[in-house]
Ligand binder design. Structure first.
Ligand code: PXP
Length: 237
């Protein structure tokens, strides 16, 4: 059974809608941990659209499980990661205009930069994972970089238009996961997983951790709404 890493970026997205203090990602992280999350995941984006540097320091101080920082290869982000020292850094591609991470990190075209970044992060005692597409060539490159942990991008599987397409992308993930595992790698997966599509992926034996964010935050709003309205009604009365 895979572990669950909860990505709380969109708690911060909600805060940034009003540039205010609430909701606090650090509170959300504690609730996630108290309810079974095995790690807390955040992405410090170059445009700081949700998580800020200060969130990282707070999170690092209070969380008891594992802080997994998703990050690009940008130099200033690597410097911040070196200061914060999360338990794990997951290297992801990043484009300013994208709504969310599109596709995995291309280890072939970014080989030198990734190698440099991994070296810096490892020297700070930070474990590195590489977010890649379910593709043998990318897995071979990760091996060549001596990185022992990967996260397979499940986005195409999650966005499949029909069952046939979903089967195809599922098989890519299954084969890639088994291949990476046969090379002795730790295999995680994530992106776009929700309450409808997670089961198949969770059944893949070699996958050790699933990182899920958006669907959990969306669900939290819906299942928490009744309670929030009742509390406000009671105060008004
Ligand atoms: N894993 C990685 C590497 C990601 O970049 C993201 C999105 O930040 C996730 C998992 C979580 O994706 P989602 O929010 O779609 O569940």
């Amino acid at each position: 059974m895979p572990k669950l890493g909860v990505n709380i970026d969109h708690i911060a997205t909600l805060r940034e809608v009003r540039h205010g203090k609430e909701p606090q990602p650090v509170f959300a992280a504690l609730i996630c941990e108290a309810n079974g999350a095995d790690s807390i995941v955040v992405h410090l984006r170059e445009d700081r659209r949700h998580i800020k540097e200060t969130d990282l320091y707070l999170l690092k101080k209070v969380i008891k499980t594992k802080l997994n920082l998703e990050m690009s290869l940008a130099k200033d982000i690597v410097k911040i990661a070196s200061r914060v020292k999360p338990d794990q850094a997951t290297l992801v591609p990043e484009r300013r205009q994208e709504l969310t991470t599109e596709g995995g990190l291309d280890l072939i075209s970014n080989f030198r930069k990734v190698k440099e970044t991994v070296k810096i992060l490892n020297s700070e005692g930070i474990n590195v994972s590489l977010f890649i597409d379910p593709d043998k060539r990318q897995i071979d490159m990760a091996k060549k970089l001596s990185v022992n942990m990967i996260e397979l991008h499940t986005g195409r599987y999650a966005e499949a238009k029909n069952i046939k397409e979903q089967d195809r992308y599922y098989n890519e993930i299954l084969e890639s996961a088994n291949y990476a595992s046969s090379l002795g790698m730790v295999v995680n997966a994530g992106h776009g997983l929700d309450y409808y599509n997670v089961s198949r992926i969770a059944k893949i034996k070699v996958i050790e951790e699933l990182n899920i964010g958006y669907s959990i935050v969306c669900r939290a709003v819906i299942v928490g709404l009744a309670c929030a309205v009742k509390e406000m009604k009671a105060l008004i009365q």
